[in-house]
Design a protein around this ligand. Structure first.
Ligand SMILES: Cc1cc2nc3c(=O)[nH]c(=O)nc-3n(C[C@H](O)[C@H](O)[C@H](O)COP(=O)(O)OP(=O)(O)OC[C@H]3O[C@@H](n4cnc5c(N)ncnc54)[C@H](O)[C@@H]3O)c2cc1C
Length: 296
């Protein structure tokens, strides 16, 4: 693929190793990686890509993806830190898709608005959190979203209400239709800054205690199977600390597949398959991946 993007539309990198851009620190080269300047640049880039029949993939902060070792033969459009405006109107905050969830929750706290405490520490972007209906500690994106601004396949900006987003467990309509999240309106409640900050500290401490934050990963690798916990099934299968080539299961939290030692994407994907097989053999439960895979 020989395709160029005008660098007036954003930061453009060619043959860019995706392991430098993903939280798992694995993945081959993207032919093109572009970080658009703003919404209109994003639309221009998408038009170019589609006119030329080029594959593209939208990323937020790449904390829930594995890019395969052969890379991506197309254009990866990364939004983190790009469409990242934060505005407030009464109890409603608008956050652009590229803002991080921690930035949005900090902004809510500065404005004495509660409801987004759960999101402090989720390393993804607003866009990724909408797509995945990200959640933690009894909080969930769908509980605080009022409506979402989206770009549809005709390059029109539309809005969908929370009900129209079809939020479910780690799911939203964006996974089923050709939509790009531009930003989200969060409806929050007046609260006390100090209490909100205490919640942040409590959740940060719990993450620090329970999660292997010192090793590259994409967080919980598997969805929670109905009636079970993925981490417990993996632990009960004797896989705590299991190592496969450069990857393996965290010693600290069995729900996390981690990059232990310069893993390749194949090491990670093989680890996932081994774990799925062992758990299926032991308990008859099929672990579904939460993490998305990019590449052929
Ligand atoms: C240490 C660690 C802890 C984590 N803890 C949690 C947790 O507590 N709770 C939780 O839910 N998740 C957690 N995660 C997983 C991850 O952070 C979330 O899934 C997050 O919502 C992903 O956001 P992202 O911006 O990184 O998305 P990406 O990984 O960049 O993308 C994920 C998916 O969303 C799509 N996407 C991203 N942005 C857009 C957009 N603007 N428009 C359309 N599609 C888009 C991508 O195409 C992809 O399919 C954790 C991850 C790590 C590494």
């Amino acid at each position: 693929m020989d395709f160029k993007i005008d660098d007036r539309l954003g930061e453009v990198l060619y043959d860019e190793p995706m392991k430098n851009h993903t939280s798992f620190k694995v993945g081959g080269n993207a032919k093109v990686l572009v970080k658009p300047n703003d919404e209109s640049s994003l639309v221009e880039i998408l038009k170019l890509v589609k006119e030329n029949n080029i594959n593209y993939y939208i990323l937020g902060n790449s904390t829930n993806v594995i890019v395969k070792d052969d890379g991506f033969d197309g254009v990866i459009i990364k939004l983190k830190d790009r469409l990242n405006e934060l505005n407030i109107d009464g109890n409603t905050i608008y956050a652009g898709a590229g803002a991080s969830m921690t930035e949005v929750s900090d902004f809510a706290c500065e404005n004495s608005l509660e409801g987004l405490e759960f999101a402090h520490g989720i390393p993804g972007s607003v866009g990724g959190a909408i797509v995945m209906n990200a959640g933690a500690y009894d909080g969930e994106t769908k509980f605080v979203v009022d409506r979402v601004r989206l770009l549809n396949s005709d390059f029109q900006i539309i809005e969908k209400t929370v009900d129209e987003m079809n939020f479910g467990y780690r799911h939203s309509i964006v996974q089923d239709e050709e939509l790009i999240v531009l930003g989200a309106y969060y409806k929050l409640k007046k609260g006390d800054k100090d209490k909100i900050r205490e919640k942040f500290e409590e959740f940060d401490r719990r993450r620090e205690e329970k999660q292997p934050l010192d090793l590259p990963s994409a967080g919980s690798t598997f969805k929670r199977p109905t009636g079970y916990f993925a981490g417990k099934l993996i632990d009960d299968s004797g896989l705590r600390g299991f190592t496969h080539k450069g990857a393996g299961i965290s010693e600290k939290h069995c729900g996390f597949v981690v990059n232990k030692n310069n893993a390749t994407a194949s090491d990670v994907l093989e680890t996932i398959e081994i774990v799925q097989k062992v758990v299926k053999d032991n308990f008859g439960v099929e672990l579904q991946r939460e993490v998305k895979i990019i590449g052929e």
